[in-house]
Design a protein around this ligand. Structure first.
Ligand SMILES: C[C@@]1(CC(=O)O)C2=NC(=C\c3[nH]c(c(CCC(=O)O)c3CC(=O)O)Cc3[nH]c(c(CC(=O)O)c3CCC(=O)O)/C=C3\N/C(=C\2)[C@@H](CCC(=O)O)[C@]3(C)CC(=O)O)/[C@H]1CCC(=O)O
Ligand SMILES: NC(=O)c1ccc[n+]([C@@H]2O[C@H](COP(=O)([O-])OP(=O)(O)OC[C@H]3O[C@@H](n4cnc5c(N)ncnc54)[C@H](O)[C@@H]3O)[C@@H](O)[C@H]2O)c1
Length: 409
């Protein structure tokens, strides 16, 4: 049986919030149709996480589950409560195995989703004179609060905003009104308040109430409140990825890839990024007859020479969403992890196998080191230790050569 996924959500008193959490679980199930996806809650909603875990583990011959915390940051629920629920379940079901995925974190797809929520309330405002107040929950864990400040900075770096002020609705400071004061003091008069919550609930209500009260006291500023992240595809994909990564990285996962010989003749292959890694890999793709398109603002002289020979198509620009459409295989090989993540996400959505050069677990394919001797291709795939793989390949090749020589004599 394929390992089930248990989503560990927070829970809320708001029935709409609970419904949206369940809708998200349905979207994740649609992305992982061949395995069971269940949702449990830390508090306020049911079923509880141990109840769901026991339910999915019972009846499996080799009971296994992966728990993905549906949490943006690393507060107490992620660090203490959910691990305790897992511990309790393992005490009740000795011999079961439960792997715990990492929290959602500042994934580029979630940054995009947040930007889309902000854009939806901006109307005719433009980023350059809009200030965003990004409101987090606030936690007793200093690291979690520091992560929220870092996230605000990431939004500032990538969004072109006049400013981005982090604030917190509870526990720590600056509070939401204090963050609004800071935005105002820095000259912000068009302010979007973004409650960085996954689902509707009380935190969202407080965000609206506090924003309205502050706006009433500052008539020369305009304040608009953006919608929460909600049950969107971006979030569903991040959850599905945390699950897949956990399966791949789990100790004892073994050789995690299926070595296949792709017959790429005449088939579209998209390579994003024209640096050193692409310089090594593009010639082999061309040798296999693939119809390769390189998308990159710059390319190495070796790649440019292939373009000049008419062997390689080059679109001299940055990657844009839609570039992977229609490709059989894609390679995300820029030096920008954010761009590589977007390429991998587009490929995943379109069911195109994709290598991600900077983060092996973020892609769906790995590049084997290969070499051809008299029509025999030797391929070696290790466990993310490419230099070792190359050594094994060379050793194998030597014995293949001597075997072939014996055959010939
Ligand atoms: C075998 C080979 C095939 C080829 O590329 O043709 C290949 N990498 C090669 C070389 C190489 N790769 C790296 C260095 C510099 C570092 C060093 O010196 O140690 C060098 C050496 C060099 O460049 O000389 C760094 C690196 N590699 C990956 C990550 C990210 C990660 O693991 O998450 C990082 C860190 C990046 C960073 O720091 O950001 C990931 C992958 N590299 C793979 C294949 C896949 C695993 C296959 C396996 O393990 O068997 C996998 C998982 C996915 C993929 O990319 O397909 C080729 C050697 C053969 C040859 O030379 O012909
Ligand atoms: N898997 C591997 O074997 C391996 C080996 C070494 C390094 N790496 C990793 O892969 C990444 C790429 O390595 P490299 O040595 O080829 O880097 P590089 O710096 O030589 O090349 C990066 C290329 O990406 C292009 N680029 C940047 N932004 C882009 C965008 N938005 N759209 C399209 N193209 C864009 C650049 O123009 C450049 O051509 C590194 O950052 C490193 O993390 C992987």
């Amino acid at each position: 049986m394929t390992t089930p996924l248990v989503i560990a959500a927070h829970g809320t008193r708001d029935p709409q919030g609970e419904a949206v959490s369940r809708e998200l679980a349905d979207r994740v199930q649609a992305l992982l149709p061949d395995r069971r996806v269940a949702i449990g809650f830390v508090e306020l909603s049911s079923p509880s996480i141990p109840d769901v875990l026991v339910d999915v583990l019972r009846g499996q011959d080799d009971p296994r589950a992966v728990v993905v915390p549906l949490m943006l940051g690393t507060g107490g629920h992620v660090r203490i409560d959910i691990p305790e629920f897992i511990e309790q379940t393992l005490e009740a079901l000795p011999g079961a195995r439960i792997d715990y995925a990492t929290h959602l974190g500042p994934d580029p797809r979630l940054i995009d989703a947040v930007r889309a929520r902000i854009a939806a309330v901006m109307g005719d405002w433009v980023p350059a004179d809009t200030t965003v107040v990004l409101v987090g929950r606030g936690a007793l864990v200093p690291d979690a609060n520091a992560d929220h400040v870092r996230l605000a900075r990431l939004h500032f770096e990538t969004g072109g905003w006049q400013g981005v002020e982090p604030g917190f609705i509870q526990v720590t400071r600056p509070s939401l009104p204090e963050a609004l004061d800071r935005a105002y003091a820095a000259g912000g008069r068009k302010i979007v308040v973004m409650g960085h919550w996954l689902f509707p609930g009380r935190l969202r209500t407080w965000t609206h109430q506090q924003s309205a009260a502050w706006a009433a006291a500052h008539p020369d500023a305009q304040v608009r409140v953006a919608e929460v992240i909600g049950a969107c595809d971006e979030l569903a994909h991040v959850v599905a990825d945390r699950y897949r990564q956990t399966l791949l990285d789990a100790p004892g996962a073994g050789a995690p890839a299926y070595l296949s010989g792709l017959r790429l003749g005449g088939r579209r292959v998209v390579v994003v990024g024209g640096g050193a890694v692409s310089t090594r890999r593009v010639p082999r793709l061309l040798d296999s007859g693939a119809d390769v398109t390189l998308i990159s603002p710059e390319a190495t002289p070796a790649l440019e020479a292939l373009v000049a020979q008419g062997r390689l198509a080059w679109e001299r620009r940055r990657y844009a969403d839609g570039d992977v459409a229609g490709a059989w295989y894609a390679l995300a090989q820029t030096d920008d992890p954010r761009v590589n993540a977007l390429v991998a996400a587009e490929a995943e959505a379109g069911r195109t196998f994709c290598v991600r050069a900077d983060d092996a677990t973020g892609g769906s394919a790995w590049t084997a080191t290969t070499m051809n001797a008299d029509g025999v291709t030797v391929g070696v795939l290790g466990s993310r230790d490419p230099v070792r793989s190359r050594g094994v390949r060379d050793a194998l090749l030597a014995s293949v050569r001597s075997a072939l020589a014996k055959e010939a004599s």
